[in-house]
Design a protein around this ligand. Sequence first.
Ligand code: SF4
Length: 309
Amino acid sequence: MLLEIYDEIDELKKREDATILAHYYQDGEIQDIADLTGDSLKLARAATQVDTKTIVFCGVHFMAETAKILNPEKRVLLPDMLAGCSLADSCPAPKLAQYQAKLCEQGVDFETVTYINSTAAVKALSDWIVTSGNAEEIIRRVPEDKEILFVPDRHLGSYLQDVVGRKMILWDGSCQVHEVFSVMDLFSMQRRYPAGITIAHPECPTNIREKSQFVGGTEAMLNYVSSFEQATDFLVATEANMLWQLQKKYPLHHYHPVPGVTCACNKCPHMARNTLDKLKHCLETGSPEITWQPHFEQAQKVLQKSLLN
Ligand code: SF4
């Protein structure tokens, strides 16, 4: 059954001249059929190198939107248009514009640094776009005499404040998956695996990051794990599908998901909306498609300056 649908998708891919990009938080069966897997930064950059007419983006809406903004001439499909993101939703563009106006009235001289997990309308209101992979480098490019308004993730923002040593004004947003890791469960796992190494995504709250030996985005996690030559137990605090990618690339080690307070699965419900059936359906019908919007033009300038230079 699985092989059958893989064959059908491969056929449709050829017929539609399409490339499939998949985020590390997609189900393993989707990552398996993708032409390329990666984190937001890797996929955004890869989207600009794709030579097919169509990109199928297996991820959430803001990711597919970013691929379209960077490739206006290509057709970009998203298997499920309702695959959203709680973090992007926590910063609506009108509310951000209002807050920026208030800071201006107060005479605050600032630049807005925005995490890529945001809508195109929010990106268009920003000076810089960052991913967990390039945030430190970009923040160091903001002139020292400017304040920084960092949106939308307060946990990533607080982590970056510590790493870069620069105070920022933090928007009060968060990711519903990374926010719920249980520090008590992490303690008990660390007791169970005393030689284990805890690796956490910077979207996790401070109490989890402080108890981790390594903090980094998904691509950085893969690099870190690749440096271990002996079989090691890794306690992983990020979206659960990342374990599939770790296991596939570095099968020598054992990976244990850190449980959440409310549920032990840590799967992103938005990413989970994409399925193999929907992937096949969007190739068959050419829908749902991300279409060009007027505000994409300004978002494009900010994205190109931040990610491609
Ligand atoms: Fe958004 Fe969190 Fe899901 Fe990533 S894991 S898509 S930040 S809700």
